[in-house]
Ligand binder design. Structure first.
Ligand code: MN
Length: 242
């Protein structure tokens, strides 16, 4: 099973959750929201080769943590995985839009110097601005749009630009989310939870609940759940061997 976007460090019992992921053999992309969280979060993945820790600076924190960009730069060579990064155009964060842009552009520029990165991208209410940057920084590596919530046309553009997608149970509870998933290329989709932020029925999703996405994907793609599971695993292998 694969949870390609999970905030492992933000569960109150992070160590227990990490140990359970290891025991269950789940592949986890453990994303971080600030560069200063990276080292402690990386420690959660000790002796767990299936847990990879991504270096991030969340767009909702960009205005508070812009001073951590030098630390981001310093840590970047330590990991192939970058996230959570991106832009958030929701009203409460639009006030800090300029700083979000500065942070995102700076990170993409740093990544383009190294290349071969795998990036988990937040694009809530900011799809166009994010895709404009994917177009400019196409040499950076593989962009995975997490919890994509743009329009069908924006989805088409993202597909043309070579983006991948990670979808989760919370996204797939909405008809819009399911309609988007239906149009995503099966060979560029991975599962995620976005736990502990994302919830189902009032409870934070746990990494091993990423498989709650299979049912909706199975209906969207008209294949059985086992075929979905196999496809997602094949996609992960493809992603990391690119
Ligand atoms: Mn997230």
């Amino acid at each position: 099973m694969i949870d390609l976007h999970c905030h492992l460090d933000l569960y109150p019992n992070a160590k227990e959750i990490a140990a359970a992921c290891k025991k269950r053999g789940i592949y986890v992309l453990s994303v971080t929201t600030t560069p200063s969280a990276w080292q402690g979060t990386e420690a959660l993945a000790k002796d767990a080769p299936r847990i990879r820790t991504a270096l991030g600076l969340h767009p909702q924190l960009a205005h508070e943590r812009i001073g951590e960009l030098p630390l981001f730069e310093k840590l970047l060579p330590n990991t192939r995985y970058v996230g959570e990064i991106g832009l958030d155009g929701a009203p409460e964060f639009k006030a800090h839009w300029d700083k979000q842009i500065t942070v995102f552009d700076h990170i993409l520029l740093q990544c383009s110097k190294i290349g071969d990165r795998i990036l988990s991208i937040h694009s809530r209410k900011a799809t166009k601005a994010v895709l404009d940057r994917v177009e400019v920084y196409h040499n950076v590596g593989t962009f995975i749009l997490h919890w994509f919530s743009g329009s069908q046309q924006e989805l088409e553009r993202a597909i043309e630009l070579g983006c991948w997608f990670s979808v989760g149970p919370a996204m797939l509870t909405s008809a819009k989310g399911r309609a988007l998933a239906q149009r995503m290329p099966m060979d560029r989709v991975l599962t995620e939870t976005d736990g502990p932020f994302a919830q189902i029925a009032g409870s934070s999703l746990l990494p091993w609940q990423a498989n709650l996405s299979y049912e909706a994907l199975s209906r969207a793609w008209s294949v059985d759940e086992k075929a979905v599971e196999n496809q997602i695993l094949k996609n992960l292998n493809q992603l990391v061997s690119r």
